[in-house]
Design a binder for this molecule. Sequence first.
Ligand SMILES: [Cu+2]
Length: 291
Amino acid sequence: MSQTPSVRRRGRSPRARLSAVLLPLGLLAAGCGSARDAYENAFYLGVPEPVTDQANDTYELWLGTVAAAAVVGVAVAGLIMFAVFRYRKNSDQLPRQVRYNLPIEVLYTVVPFVIIAVLFYYTTVTQNFVNELTPDDEGGAEVNIGVVGFQWNWTFRYDDEGVQTTGAPGAPPVLVLPTDTTIRFTETSPDVIHSFFVPQFLFKRDVIPGRANTFEITINKEGSYVGRCAELCGEKHSAMNFEVQAVPMSEYRSYVSALGDDPANQIGTGAGQGAVRTAEESAEQIEGTRS
Ligand SMILES: [Cu+2]
């Protein structure tokens, strides 16, 4: 005769019990990368640490939205609990039947409207700031970067200097950018829609064939940031990773001028996409300019 489920559960081996505990923990650890990442993600309420002026605004909008949702959530849960415990059934007599409480109906129509209007206002203000471009008659942005997303990699053009680099399979391209500088990106694609996404910018923008999408950011923190393609663009979409290295302006200048020493990197010559550079090569070169 077969065992009942409860008997089977009691009969679980210690190893099965241990793995039942360790598996979710392992998955949790894998999802977070490290304890530090987990701490930072919790601290920033699920978003990566913002590193641009625009991302700071987006993050503040996120905080405000979470706070509003928390207040609404606590209020609704409190009212439900109040009603459940205060008015639970205590006799078989039907309670007094009421309908059309005008003040309450006005309240629950007006309050959500006010909440939505406030959220809408701050969303619009933040969106306008994130989408803002420096007017060209004021000289435009200080640095202009071209982003070409193609199946399945990226070319980064340093338009002010006329040089560019391209990634290759197994060698993610590196985009070196100056900190505390207004940088304008112009995105183009020769094939399908891609999306330029750097999680720590709290921002992504689609790269669309036949159109030049633009945006500007100001990075306020030095460091290396992972970048990805955030639009499913075909078989090797997941291989379209890149790396952003944010460095001071002087290091940015020497990096870009050194790129020009290699004729393959000059725009309009050779294959026209620039030499492939690995993250290590770029890091070494930046290190060289520091000493
Ligand atoms: Cu892509």
